[in-house]
Design a protein around this ligand. Structure first.
Ligand SMILES: Cc1cc2nc3c(=O)[nH]c(=O)nc-3n(C[C@H](O)[C@H](O)[C@H](O)COP(=O)(O)OP(=O)(O)OC[C@H]3O[C@@H](n4cnc5c(N)ncnc54)[C@H](O)[C@@H]3O)c2cc1C
Length: 390
């Protein structure tokens, strides 16, 4: 096995790290305080070509893969943004880019991908509904046949970056559950403009990820045209899995970046802070060991994530690896950042240490985009062959 990065990958990581540091900790603290969207860093990311890193050159991308995307996201996040920066990659290159590249028509690709890569088009993705939750197959949003297209009605919750999006990837039922043979049939994907008549939204107050709003989203008799369908009618669930697994890889890259960032802050403090007899607190094993443990856990999650990304690029199955990496990374990040705050005592609680923001943001990923319980369910039943409890 070759774990070495090639020269191109090294250059990408260096460039991403520079952008991440340029828009560093203070930039994100200010945005978090005011709830402003990170437009400036996203523009810099797009200018460097990173939005299109895993998209084909024919539509303005760089023609690399998920491995390069994971490396770049991690290097960006460690500069100051932490895990929430990775969400910009989930909504844009994944929900917009990969979805359209895999399942879009030539018209979708030509009209949307070059502008997405340039940062002129922005996406959000509407799957979650309050009555279905993790049981996504039970969503009630329906697209009923109407004229030569459909009419969309329903409600979504927790949708990231709706106000900033120009387009949305919408998951809707096109055939009712009681009319399909397989529960996973009957769902379809649509791409529509976010401002289409009948679409409305309002934002939800929340603990963290303050730079990216989360919204309740309403569809009231929204007209869908035949060209809005992405991929195959009623086979949206199977397609969606090919979009959600890359999302896991990007989530993990953000979390491992956040772990390194928090450890940088805490170890720097622990080397310098002296409380008793001139000994740095970082010399005490009670302080050292949890940080060393956090580092080890972060590195293991990272390696599993890079394996998942590599498998994805080889067009081999990688869902198990991507989910395992996300499970471990989210737990490791929550523990690591908490331990980093403990390392800094009262200063860990101060906004100026940045850790409280990293901690609030990373907490999200223990239950989103997929909860750790649902990942454990999947490993237990699909990998270990145990009976399903639900
Ligand atoms: C800030 C934020 C941003 C988000 N962004 C988006 C977005 O852009 N687009 C989108 O579509 N969604 C988005 N989501 C939704 C997110 O994907 C869901 O919150 C997540 O999938 C969990 O669903 P739920 O909140 O309905 O929890 P529920 O499904 O209600 O689960 C509640 C708890 O019960 C557990 N549980 C449920 N079933 C089982 C079971 N069978 N076995 C064991 N435990 C179980 C869960 O693991 C969880 O701990 C976002 C959420 C948040 C908070």
């Amino acid at each position: 096995m070759n774990f070495e990065l090639n020269d191109e990958q090294k250059l990408m990581v260096e460039t991403a790290a520079k952008i991440g540091q340029q828009y560093g900790l203070n930039y994100w603290r200010d945005l978090d305080k005011t709830g402003k969207y990170p437009h400036e860093i996203w523009e810099a990311i797009c200018s460097a070509g990173f939005c299109g890193i895993a998209l084909p050159e024919s539509c303005g991308g760089s023609g690399f893969g998920m491995l390069e995307m994971a490396l770049v996201v991690e290097a960006l996040c460690v500069g100051g943004g932490g895990s929430t920066l990775a969400q910009l990659f989930m909504v844009n290159p994944i929900f917009g880019g990969i979805a359209i590249d895999r399942f879009g028509t030539e018209e979708h690709k030509q009209s949307l991908l070059p502008d997405l890569v340039a940062g002129k088009v922005a996406f959000c993705m509407a799957l979650t509904e309050s009555n279905a939750g993790s049981n996504s197959l039970e969503i009630k949003t329906m697209a009923r046949p109407h004229g030569n297209g459909w009419r969309l009605s329903g409600q979504k919750i927790w949708i990231t970056s709706v106000p900033q999006s120009t387009h949305m990837l919408v998951v809707a039922r096109t055939t009712p559950m009681d009319a399909v043979k397989k529960r996973s049939d009957g769902l379809s994907l649509f791409v529509i403009e976010s401002k289409r008549a009948g679409v409305s939204h309002h934002s939800i107050e929340k603990l963290g990820t303050n730079t990216l709003p989360s919204s309740s989203l309403f569809f009231e008799d929204v007209d869908l045209h035949p060209g809005d369908l992405l991929g195959t009618i009623d086979k949206g669930w199977q397609q969606l899995l090919e979009i959600l697994n890359p999302e896991r890889i990007v989530t993990t890259a953000g979390l491992t970046g956040a772990i390194d960032l928090a450890l940088n802050i805490a170890t720097e403090y622990a080397r310098n802070r002296k409380v008793f007899n001139g000994t740095p607190i970082g010399a005490y094993q009670g302080i050292q060991f949890p940080l060393a443990q956090a580092y080890a856990e972060g590195q293991c999650a990272r390696m599993m994530n890079l394996k998942a990304a590599w498998l994805a690029d080889q067009r081999q199955p990688y869902g198990t690896e991507a989910n395992m990496a996300k499970l471990l990374a989210a737990q490791a990040a929550a523990d690591a950042i908490e331990r980093c705050m403990q390392t800094m005592g009262g200063m860990g609680y101060a906004k100026e240490s940045h850790l409280e923001r990293l901690w609030r943001d990373a907490r999200l990923f223990r239950f989103a985009p997929v909860s750790e319980e649902m990942i454990l369910n999947y490993i237990a039943t699909s990998v270990l062959g145990l009976p399903r409890s639900y």
